[in-house]
Write a protein that binds this ligand. Structure first.
Ligand code: HEC
Ligand code: HEC
Ligand code: HEC
Ligand code: HEC
Ligand code: HEC
Length: 423
């Protein structure tokens, strides 16, 4: 039977170098053969969820809400993260609906089989749009709604994996050193795949990290995104080394009520520097502005991950009556075209440690005697307003966070010589 046209294009994408493992083998059941259908097994890691887990002895369910009855501090942190909200997220719901509630999205957004209503075991004729699925009798709808829940990372073979040090836990514990590592993060955060003309996954945070040189320093995802903390694991327990379960990213909240707490806790991964001076010559008066932005604290590109993210740097030249004489916006991130075919148009993301400089010469109209200032505003954006409107979530979903808001004075002409010597 002929494959669907989208798969032919997919094959072309593979030839062009897109990452896709060849479909190694196929298996056919008697009834499928009768229908002329070939069932292709699932070969790629994200085509499967984490296999169904039993509830560890001493617990009643696998639910985060139950873990939270004892591990309240970690639970309260987790509850506000993109991980906990990975299913109910308005943007996820909007994009998922647009993709006909495609099964494979759930393998990363609700990653445990116990969270899946139906289990996919193969693809008809290799077509990801035609899964072979059967109902899951271990499905727990409450657990599903918890998105990337505690058990997805911590429960295997009826045991809770962690540092493996607890002696008086009410549930079995074991060392999770092999599982609870950066490799687990990368299983979801480092996936590049083209499934059709328009369905594409381009997360390369792990590869960007490998290119950063931070591996040699032994500093990975968990060190930066789950900072070390000394505290009891349960209320009244001994103080022990632990990890914040905050996974702070670019600081753009997923829920309106999280905007303010996140803005307070977030530290941008970049530094911005601006200097400005006023000069005069035969051709008139000018303000020369030198600005730079440096990826100073992230172990990967900024922005990373979702290609719709971007950073803006706004510069406004103001006088002391707040009148604007000039303004300019730099945009940092990827630009894509999504139709008729997903295609990257440009990418000026900042590599780890990279410092980008911008120079502007602003001509002043005569008669500006006031002192001048440059207002500097940096923002992290989740997506454009236009995209939020197209998804029907505009006005209900935080789109950006202001990360830096400063003023610098323009050094006046009479000080110029002194300044010139300093620079
Ligand atoms: C009834 C209370 C209770 C519940 C419910 C509970 N835990 Fe625990 N857990 C504990 C106690 C007590 C410890 C040991 C604390 C200590 O040693 O300081 C512990 C230890 C741990 C550890 C550290 C184990 C190690 O390797 O040292 C992890 C990880 C953990 N729990 C995860 C979970 C997860 C995930 C859930 C839910 C699926 C859960 N716990 C449910 C009470 C609970
Ligand atoms: C099972 C898949 C999965 C695993 C494993 C995973 N993540 Fe995530 N992560 C996601 C998804 C999905 C989102 C975004 C959810 C959303 O926005 O709807 C996310 C979001 C994030 C964000 C927040 C980005 C933002 O928008 O603010 C950070 C930071 C992050 N993850 C870091 C990590 C780290 C570090 C690890 C390893 C300890 C890890 N993740 C493991 C799937 C995963
Ligand atoms: C995305 C994966 C992920 C999720 C989701 C997650 N954890 Fe963890 N957890 C980790 C990692 C990684 C560590 C660090 C393990 C280590 O270094 O030994 C950890 C450590 C722990 C520890 C040991 C103490 C500490 O802080 O290092 C406890 C207890 C724990 N988690 C409980 C929970 C609970 C309860 C939830 C849900 C509310 C949860 N975790 C959700 C990945 C996760
Ligand atoms: C050296 C520290 C460091 C390391 C290592 C690191 N990150 Fe980050 N990461 C950051 C900082 C800082 C930010 C926030 C940037 C900002 O807001 O400007 C960030 C942001 C993110 C975001 C949100 C990106 C965005 O643009 O919204 C994700 C997702 C993420 N990191 C995942 C990961 C994963 C996965 C790894 C491991 C492969 C990792 N990070 C390693 C420091 C680090
Ligand atoms: C391989 C695992 C994986 C699969 C499969 C997957 N996602 Fe995600 N998704 C992620 C990760 C990881 C993030 C967080 C990326 C980041 O913050 O850098 C994410 C984030 C998102 C976001 C939030 C973007 C943002 O800016 O916060 C949406 C929406 C989303 N995914 C939708 C989908 C849809 C729809 C599908 C199916 C067509 C899907 N995902 C399949 C791993 C996956």
């Amino acid at each position: 039977m002929l494959r669907r046209p989208s798969l032919l294009i997919l094959a072309a994408a593979v030839a062009a170098g897109a990452w896709l493992r060849p479909q190694s083998s196929t298996s056919e059941t008697a009834s499928d053969q009768a229908k002329g259908t070939t069932v292709t097994p699932l070969t790629r890691s994200w085509e499967r969820a984490v296999p169904a887990q039993d509830t560890p002895d001493g617990l009643e369910t696998l639910r985060a809400a139950e873990c939270g009855e004892c591990h309240s501090a970690i639970y309260e942190e987790w509850k506000t993260t993109a991980h906990a909200l990975a299913l109910e997220d308005l943007q996820f719901q909007a994009e998922w609906r647009k993709d006909d509630n495609l099964w494979l999205c759930l393998n990363c957004h609700t990653p445990l089989e116990n969270q899946l209503e139906r289990i996919v075991t193969g693809l008809k004729n290799g077509d990801f749009r035609s899964p072979v699925a059967h109902p899951n009798d271990r499905f727990d709808a409450t657990l599903r709604d918890e998105g990337i829940t505690c058990a997805a990372c911590h429960v295997r073979d009826g045991t809770i994996l962690g540092p493996g040090l607890a002696e008086d836990a009410p549930h079995p514990v074991a060392s999770g050193a092999g599982l609870l590592s950066q490799q687990m993060c990368e299983g979801c955060h480092n996936v590049q795949e083209q499934l059709s003309e328009t369905l594409i996954c381009t997360f390369a945070t792990g590869d960007e990290w490998r290119a950063s040189g931070l591996a040699e320093e032994g500093k990975g995802c968990i060190d930066c995104h789950m900072p070390a903390v000394m505290r009891p694991l349960v209320e009244g327990g001994d103080v022990r080394p632990g990890h914040e379960h905050t996974w702070m990213g670019a600081g753009v909240a997923k829920l309106p009520q999280l905007v303010e707490p996140l803005r307070m806790a977030h530290v941008p991964g970049y530094d911005v520097e601006v200097r400005a001076r006023r000069t005069s010559s035969d051709t008139g008066e000018k303000v020369l502005i030198d600005a730079s932005i440096m990826n100073a604290r992230a172990g990967h590109e900024l922005p990373t991950g979702d290609p719709e993210r971007f950073i803006t740097l706004d510069l406004v030249l103001l006088d002391d009556s707040d009148v604007s004489h000039w303004s300019h916006t730099e945009r940092i991130g990827e630009l894509w075209e999504w139709a008729p075919e997903a295609k990257q148009i440009s990418d000026n993301s900042l590599k780890p440690g990279e410092r980008r400089e911008f120079h502007y010469a602003v001509s002043l109209s005569h008669g500006v005697d006031d002192l001048l200032f440059v207002e500097i505003i940096a923002r992290n954006h989740r997506m454009t307003e236009e995209n939020a409107r197209a998804m029907g979530i505009y006005g209900r979903y935080p789109l950006a966070v202001e990360t830096i808001h400063q003023y610098v004075s323009v050094v006046e002409a009479r000080e110029e010589r002194k300044v010139h010597e300093q620079w």
